[in-house]
Design a protein around this ligand. Structure first.
Ligand code: NDP
Length: 490
């Protein structure tokens, strides 16, 4: 496993191309969000490095794609075993690199990364293709599916290894080879995974990772003529650029984007369970999950009680040093992001909003060495209008707005009144209402009386500006393969 390189005592990462670690002459500083100090140097790759990685992936494609799904699955299972065997090292690295708590990395990020490989290793063994009879024409039709080629995978910083493996696993399980570019702010665990690939039996060139910024390395991948498919998770703004830059090549695109997710809480909800879950859905991972709740609509009759109990619960959600197992939240990803999130709180106040807890209300007690870290306590805002920027734009931090509503019809209209459509939660004991509301919401995922329970077989993705396409068992299989219809006249 990786050791700290002695380059001004910083960890220095290298690209992984064609089964080898390849140093890069240019680097970007990467910060420990809990201290604000540089601790790692990440390759600042450009066209040249991407070109080499695509070449390696192209060369590896014929052999990898001709293996049976079972042979490929064996490699994926072994990689999952190795990640699990090194779970603690991965969790520590993810926590240090991203700012998230060690507990979250240990229980969510890293186990799920291993599970992504296991899930697609198994899933790929069970697909069937379609067949249709046309006896009146003397024909039979059937479909076959083949891997697409070199897949370009671009992932964000909030769930670094989790989201990267969510793309790599289905891409290679279905026989593609890949060039991946993680966020330059959180590249360490991807680099650590590369150290395990050879032992897992991954042939050189099947998985290539090029580190660097979006506008340089990411864009070189998006604009490369030999990369016919791009799977991207990130912001809606970047997705627009990717769509434009890939358009001349008619690439296959999967875009998993931002959200402005509502929670709708009816007066008959189990309030205790609802509050505990809504605090988690609003603030987990510092609110840096695309599925986090950021607009809470509460039926007026229970609004005062809900607000009081919710604010109390938010104040109990402890923000602290990521390595402390009693911390519920760690630090935000960067200074710029912290300023952006704080800016939304100021904006809400300028528009007449009231801040009940968190930013500007509660003070954090942090050790001396964490005083320059990017910490922010859970913040609850009320008295904002639906058209305010805090109720319309993705904040992607530990900030949520609570507003009252009067009727089912009204709340559906208001919940749908944003450009996003990723996820929603509905809280009610009325089974008819739960079905009605879930059906009416413009969201790719609706959780009722729960949050974040996922069956990976089922589609994941958003409507409207939250994305294009879906990922998950059958959907990932379809995305990472090309289908062909064959007609046989007999
Ligand atoms: P960004 O869109 O800024 O970046 C995502 C990735 O795209 C990064 O690797 C980034 O590189 C890269 N990138 C940036 N510009 C370009 C470009 N011109 N061409 C190619 N690649 C580029 O998102 P964030 O990293 O800030 O992630 C947060 C966003 O991700 C939020 O909006 C969140 O909602 C969304 N998200 C969506 C999820 C979903 O499943 N729907 C899940 C998780 C997050 P670099 O960072 O190196 O510049």
């Amino acid at each position: 496993m990786p050791k700290m390189a002695d380059n001004r005592t910083h960890l220095v990462l290298e690209n992984y191309i064609g089964g080898m670690f390849v140093p890069c002459s240019r680097h970007i500083d990467s910060y420990d969000p809990s201290t604000g100090e540089v601790y790692c140097r990440v390759p600042d790759s450009d066209k040249e490095e991407v070109e080499a990685a695509v070449k390696a992936a192209k060369e590896a494609f014929p052999e990898w794609s001709s293996k049976s799904p079972a042979e490929r699955a064996k490699v994926l299972h072994k990689l999952a075993d190795l990640i699990e065997a090194h779970l603690e090292e991965f969790a520590l690295a993810e926590s240090k690199d991203q700012g998230k708590t060690i507990t979250f990395a240990r229980t969510v990020d890293i186990p799920r990364s291993a599970h992504n490989f296991r899930f697609f290793a198994s899933s790929v063994l069970h697909h069937t293709t379609d067949c249709s009879q046309m006896d009146h024409m003397g024909c039979v039709n059937y479909t076959v599916r083949s891997p697409v080629g070199v897949a370009g995978l671009i992932s964000p910083w909030n769930l670094p290894l989790y989201l990267l493996t969510w793309k790599i696993a289905p891409a290679i399980a279905t026989g593609n080879t890949v060039v991946a570019k993680p966020s330059e702010m959180t590249s360490v665990t991807a680099w650590m995974m590369c150290k395990l690939l050879e032992e897992a039996g991954m042939p050189p060139g099947v998985v290539n990772i090029v580190f660097g910024t979006g506008p340089r390395a990411g864009d070189a991948l998006v604009s490369h003529p030999d990369v016919p498919l791009i799977s991207f998770t990130g912001s809606t703004g970047t997705a627009r650029v990717i769509t434009e830059h890939s358009a001349p090549y008619c690439k296959k695109l999967s875009l998993e984007l931002g959200g402005k997710n509502p929670a709708i809480i009816f007066q008959d909800a189990n309030l205790e369970e609802c509050i505990a879950t809504t605090v988690r859905s609003s603030f987990s991972n510092q609110g840096e999950i695309c599925l986090c709740t950021s607009r809470i609509f509460v039926e007026r009759s229970i609004y005062p009680e809900f607000l009081q109990k919710f604010v109390e619960a938010a104040q109990r959600w402890r923000t602290g040093v990521p390595t402390d197992t009693s911390s519920d939240n760690g630090a935000l990803i960067s200074k710029e992001h912290l300023e952006k999130v704080r800016g939304y709180v100021k904006l809400a106040q300028a528009e007449g909003g009231k801040v009940h807890c968190g930013e500007g209300v509660d003070t954090l007690e942090l050790p001396e060495r964490n005083q320059n870290g990017y910490f922010m306590p859970p913040t609850v805002i009320t008295d904002v209008t639906d058209t305010s920027r805090c109720m319309q734009e993705e904040i992607f931090g530990p900030v949520t707005c609570v507003v009252p509503f009067d009727s089912e019809e009204e709340v559906i209209r208001r919940a749908n009144g944003v450009k996003y459509g990723l996820s929603a939660t509905v809280w009610s004991r009325d089974v008819g209402r739960v079905h009605r509301v879930a059906r009416s919401l413009q969201a790719g995922l609706v959780w009722t009386n729960c949050w974040l329970i996922r069956d990976l077989n089922l589609p994941f993705g958003g409507m409207k500006s939250s994305g294009v396409g879906r990922e998950g068992g059958q959907d990932s299989y379809h995305f990472f393969t090309e289908v062909k219809t064959i007609t046989i006249k007999h």
